[in-house]
Design a binder for this molecule. Structure first.
Ligand SMILES: [Zn+2]
Length: 255
């Protein structure tokens, strides 16, 4: 993270919580300093102007000042409000989901990939503002996010024996993070069946640019199937991550 006492940055506001009498504690994503926590002084007073523009999800230009323990927002100017997220409940729910997912898969002040993550989140919030198919937006985002944080699912080879996957129905292993061929999958527990066409859709999501992904015509069944596979994988990863965070916490408190 920047060592200067004062620095300017763009930020997307991931979450806000009340802090003290009149302040808010924000979690923000920045392109060059990773995810940060910063205090917006007086943000809950209606009269505060200079740091008043701290709306959830909004893209904001900030001047940050390093206080004794915490970062303080000394100026904030909203540059992109993503207005439809404030006017449409469903779009707001999707925005909440993508922001929370990013928050859970990232660590404070980790600068690696933060530029790519910032660009991904900005693009996704714009898509959520305007697109008519929010599910495909969410799936594309999940796949790109997994790639950036190092959990790209293996979709070309069986994760058990390394065989190239043939064009037939397969299994998916959330624990191993990839496809399992029918021969390996037959007697294993904890696998999700995955149809040939769902696997094809996942590969398009993983490999193709947004324009090609958006052109996919997914029926209800296929949408439901790829959602089940992706959410199963995400939940498994997050549970494992939460356990490792708990483990580190226990080690620290024991030491
Ligand atoms: Zn296999």
């Amino acid at each position: 993270m920047s060592k200067e006492r004062t620095f300017r940055t763009e930020a997307i506001i991931l979450s806000r919580m009340d802090f003290g009498e009149a302040d808010r504690l924000l979690t923000i994503l920045t392109p060059h300093h990773g995810k940060l926590r910063a205090i917006a002084k007086g943000a809950r007073k209606p009269t505060t102007r200079k740091s008043g523009h701290v709306e959830l999800f909004a893209r904001t230009d900030m001047l940050l000042h390093r206080g004794r323990d915490l970062l303080i927002i000394s100026q904030a100017e909203m540059t992109e409000p993503y207005l439809p997220l404030r006017e449409d409940l469903l779009r707001a729910a999707y925005a909440n989901y993508v922001v929370e997912l990013l928050d859970r898969f990232t660590t404070d002040e980790d600068e690696a990939e933060s530029e790519a993550l910032f660009a991904l989140l900005d693009m996704t919030l714009r898509q959520i503002c305007t697109d008519s198919d929010l599910r495909i937006v969410a799936r594309f985002y999940e796949m790109r996010l997994l790639e950036e944080v190092g959990f790209r699912p293996e979709l070309a080879r069986c994760v058990i024996n390394g065989e190239t996957i043939a064009a037939e129905d397969q299994y998916f292993s959330p624990a191993e993070g990839g496809v399992v061929c029918p021969a390996c999958g037959e007697f294993r527990d904890g696998l999700t069946p995955i149809s040939q066409r769902a696997l094809h859709a996942l590969r398009v999501l993983q490999r193709e640019p947004w324009a090609r992904v958006r052109a996919l015509r997914l029926d209800e069944l296929l949408h439901a199937e790829i959602e089940r596979v992706m959410l199963g994988y995400l939940v498994t990863l997050l549970e494992r991550r939460l356990q490792s965070v708990d483990f580190i916490r226990r080690l620290r408190s024991g030491a």
